[in-house]
Design a protein. Structure first.
Length: 105
């Protein structure tokens, strides 16, 4: 069980989370340059405010989607593990019953 590979959904969620965090950082940097006064030209101010806001919005959406996708993947893995354990328990109980029947005969 320790050598299980990550599912494609889990890898996708990790990549979306990293990408979303980076885009959040870029949006923060753009807005930081606007509020610190580095952006002086009208084009720079427009780019920093609109670009920073859009990047923040996209980054938040990506991080939320990554968290949801990751949680769904973890739940699916947990359900699969529970199913396998239940099958193993049922097989063990069946073998135990067969052994008891053989011992009584």
């Amino acid at each position: 069980m320790k050598n299980q590979k990550k599912s494609p959904d889990t890898r996708r969620a990790i990549l979306w989370g990293i990408g979303g965090a980076y885009i959040l950082y870029l949006g923060y940097s753009l807005l930081q340059s606007y509020f610190s006064g580095e952006a002086t030209a009208q084009k720079d101010v427009l780019l920093c405010t609109i670009g920073g806001g859009a990047f923040l919005l996209i980054g938040v959406v990506l991080v939320i989607l990554a968290l949801r996708q990751g949680m769904l993947a973890l739940r699916a893995q947990a359900a699969e593990i529970d199913r396998i354990e239940a099958e193993e328990r049922a097989a063990l109980e069946e073998k135990t019953e067969e052994d008891e029947d053989d011992a009584q005969a």
